[in-house]
Design a protein around this ligand. Structure first.
Ligand code: PRP
Length: 222
């Protein structure tokens, strides 16, 4: 049997996804070995293989077909804009992509002037201002701790992920506009969906059922 290969975004998302997959009988013992630095794991019995990759590379592995299925945040999908099928919203990892800055920048956003926008997501930022707001902006790509940029005067605003809002609060910044909602998604390679249709369909049906029963037991306990 050919392996069904998954590319998982390393870190919290991969852990959460494997916990969900365990509920539908997809396990991977060797991934649980403490302190392991391995990047490829297999379950020979089930014919499953898992890659752990940098989140921004998951869509690339799936587009090129070296992974059949990927689990990755919607932020990465929007930024990378790869050719693949987004087939399921897992709901977890929920947060928002927002335009943020000091309260004083709120006025600036209304004036349709060229402003500087810092972001780890230059494509999402450019696309939002150009296509949704019809505004020309200068986008400056940063690699993290983006909240620094408007504080030290590198940019007027940032486009970044807001989850609890505490990074913004602790740095005297606020949400000025919401770009879109985000969460973890399952994506599938376009050829794999045809070639491995039965196995992938079954997997997606099982995951959707497991998610539903998780949601039901959560709402019962509330
Ligand atoms: C993310 C994001 C924000 C923060 C939002 O950064 O870029 O900075 O989390 O979370 P909050 O609303 O709960 O405070 P991450 O921790 O991934 O690090 P980074 O700044 O280096 O990208």
């Amino acid at each position: 049997m050919r392996y069904l290969t998954f590319a998982l975004a390393k870190g919290r998302l991969a852990k959460k996804s494997m916990a969900l997959f365990e509920k539908i009988g997809i396990t991977c013992e060797e991934m649980n070995e403490p302190g392991t630095r391995k990047l490829i794991f297999t379950n020979e019995e089930l014919g499953f293989r898992f890659f752990l990759s940098k989140p921004s590379d998951v869509p690339t592995y799936v587009e090129y077909g070296v992974a059949d299925i990927g689990v990755v945040g919607k932020d990465t999908l929007l930024e990378e804009n790869r050719n693949l099928y987004e087939v399921l919203d897992l709901g977890y990892g929920a947060c928002r992509m927002c335009v943020c800055g000091p309260e004083s920048a709120r006025e600036l956003l209304k004036r349709n002037e060229i402003i500087r926008v810092a972001s780890k997501y230059p494509n999402i930022a450019q696309n939002y201002f150009r296509n949704k707001k019809n505004q020309s902006v200068e986008v400056i790509k940063l690699n993290g701790s983006v909240e620094l940029a408007p504080i030290v005067g590198l940019s007027d605003v940032i486009v970044d992920i807001v989850e609890t809002g505490s990074t913004l609060r602790e740095n005297g910044l606020t949400v000025l506009e919401t770009v879109c909602d985000l969460s973890a998604r399952i994506v599938v390679n376009q050829v794999s969906l045809k070639m491995e249709h039965a196995r992938i369909r079954q997997f997606l049906t099982d995951v959707a059922a497991a998610l539903q029963s998780e949601n039901e037991s959560e709402s019962e306990s509330q």
